[in-house]
Design a protein. Structure first.
Length: 38
C-alpha cells in the first residue's frame, strides 16, 4: 500500500513539474516579447 501511494505521489510530482516547466517557458516568451518591443 505504501509503495502504491509513493508511486502515485511521484507521478503527481512529474505532472506538476512538467506544468511548471511549461509555465516557465511561456513566461520567458512573454518577457522576451516585452523586452524586444521596447
Amino acid at each position: 500500500k505504501v509503495q502504491h501511494e509513493l508511486e502515485e505521489a511521484e507521478e503527481r510530482a512529474d505532472i506538476a513539474e512538467s506544468q511548471v516547466n511549461k509555465l516557465r517557458v511561456k513566461s520567458r516568451e512573454v518577457h522576451t516579447k516585452i523586452i524586444s518591443e521596447e
